[in-house]
Design a protein around this ligand. Sequence first.
Ligand code: ATP
Length: 313
Amino acid sequence: MIRTENLSRRFGENLAVDNLSIEVREGEIFGFLGPNGAGKTTTIRMLCALVMPSAGRAWINNYEVGPENSNNKIRESIGLLTEAPGLYEALNALENMLFYAQLYGLSYKEARQRSEETLRWLDLWRWRKSPVGTYSKGMKQKLAIGRALLHQPKVLFLDEPTASLDAEAAFAVREAILSLKEAGRTIFLSTHNMEEANRLCDRIAIFKQRLLQLDTPINLRRHFGLEERRIVVRLRQQLEGLPGKLSGLDFVKSAGWLELEEAPGTPALEIKLLEPEENNPQLVRALVEAGAEVQYLEERTPSLEEVYLAIIK
Ligand code: ATP
């Protein structure tokens, strides 16, 4: 649905986007993560045919960014939520939606129908006659997402959709994003929020001027920079000398006692293995043979935030 080949954009001396090559599949939520000034908004603006690339190429819904008739087809195919909602505050929600729907070329009848459907879906129908200036930030953000959907675009670009929202409003916006995915839309999501990316995205690109990593959240957490994998074992009782015994096994890289944040005072071991899929059964056998009573055993992957910070550094 989105494809770029060595896409680049320069502002004078400043190379904001350097040789970006990605493919976004139909129906996926594609996360675009990067620090302030990484070039995320510039990338989105190029993909929405709002600024032209300095070099490289991009296709959205099979239309290439560049030629004016193709740019118009791209604009018909996409919805964009910019960092600021940009709604008319003196107009009410329904008037805003009707206005934008007609700018998208819908007839008044279609505009009325789509506006009503969208406001009902976003749970804003009750407040359709209130001026948007009286809305909370979360309500404005939901309305802005609704506006981006009025012409039923195939691809939706969301530039930091939950930035500056409180937890409850951010939750509502994330739920709306997930239901859009269920409805088959392709979503390009730029965010700073790791938890959000981890929960919503099928794949994540970590980007700072150029593409640093691209994978599923779980693969990024599992594989990036991890030479060994951490297993945490919770025991019924502490057993003297157990870490030493385990460290002597050839498949164990290290073993030691661990203070569990979620259960202080509970005996727990942290064991680093090279291949948990291979070695976990042997590890359990060794623990039982050493007289340990295992309550649970789990693999701990680093958080996406830890991985992200390591990659960005
Ligand atoms: P943030 O998370 O802070 O919104 P971002 O990842 O969206 O950042 P961009 O807004 O794309 O980053 O900016 C990337 C770089 O390009 C920055 O150095 C910025 O100053 C520069 N830049 C962006 N737009 C322009 C412009 N119109 N003219 C000149 N420089 C620009």
